[in-house]
Write a protein that binds this ligand. Structure first.
Ligand SMILES: Nc1nc2c(c(=O)[nH]1)N[C@H]1C(S)=C(S)[C@@H](COP(=O)(O)O)O[C@H]1N2
Ligand SMILES: [Mo]
Length: 207
């Protein structure tokens, strides 16, 4: 596997020959539609036995919290449809995700006023950073199903974050927790040159 620096350098230079797809208001600039569901993972796919799985919240919270898989799934569930845009230029429309809304998770936490950002942590060591206001968008959820089927292990089973309004590297697979922080800090890809924010509509691809 190419090291992350080379991957980002190659992507920066990429000069697509084909005209990007355009579908007013649906496909961000420079993106191509796909109906496939490509797998994009850096590194091996972690496997997490459900009885050992937990989701944790720590950092700038009044009380750190840990949910077992059962406790987490006991939260109210939501189904929502959203698009998915990868910085490597593919976009998928109308994925139906099933899972637990970020709002249900946040109802169980009391943030300290200094909390302004979040570092999302995954099993396997992947991380990605988000401003709090992006985490708290209505379309953000912890998902375990896509289009009516359980996620496969390579797509993030047992649980992944979905942040539809930002590039897909912010949608951490195999999520294991949220660390609330005051100042923004780069996660995995952000360290190698991906944008700190990642809005596909303004092409925040690289920093
Ligand atoms: N834990 C983890 N989450 C991750 C990644 C990863 O390598 N590890 N890749 C990201 C990237 S770059 C993309 S485009 C999406 C891809 O999701 P998919 O493989 O389900 O299509 O997952 C994101 N979440
Ligand atoms: Mo990606």
């Amino acid at each position: 596997m190419k090291n992350p620096f080379e991957r980002v350098a190659q992507l920066r230079k990429a000069n697509p020959q084909r005209k990007p797809d355009s579908l007013e208001g649906r496909v961000p600039p420079g993106q191509y539609l796909t109906t496939k569901f490509p797998v994009l993972t850096y590194g091996p796919v972690p496997s997490i036995p459900l009885e050992q799985w937990k989701c944790e919240a720590w950092g700038l919270v009044e009380e750190p919290k840990s949910w077992s898989y059962q406790e987490f799934l006991a939260l109210p569930h939501v189904t929502l449809t959203a698009d998915f845009h990868c910085v490597t230029r593919w976009s998928q429309l109308d994925n139906t995700w099933e899972g637990i809304s970020i709002h249900e998770v946040m109802k169980q936490l009391r943030l300290k006023p200094e909390a302004g950002h979040v570092m999302v942590h995954s099993y396997g060591g992947y991380t990605t950073n988000l401003p709090l206001e992006d985490l708290l968008q209505d379309n953000v959820l912890f998902a375990y199903k896509r289009n009516g089927e359980n996620l496969s292990p390579d797509h993030g089973w047992p649980m992944r974050l979905i942040v539809p309004h930002l590039y897909a590297w912010k949608s951490a697979k195999w999520v294991r927790g949220l660390e609330f922080i005051a100042q923004d800090r780069p996660g995995f890809w952000e360290t190698y040159g991906y944008h700190m924010h990642g809005d596909p509509w303004t092409e925040e691809r690289f920093s």
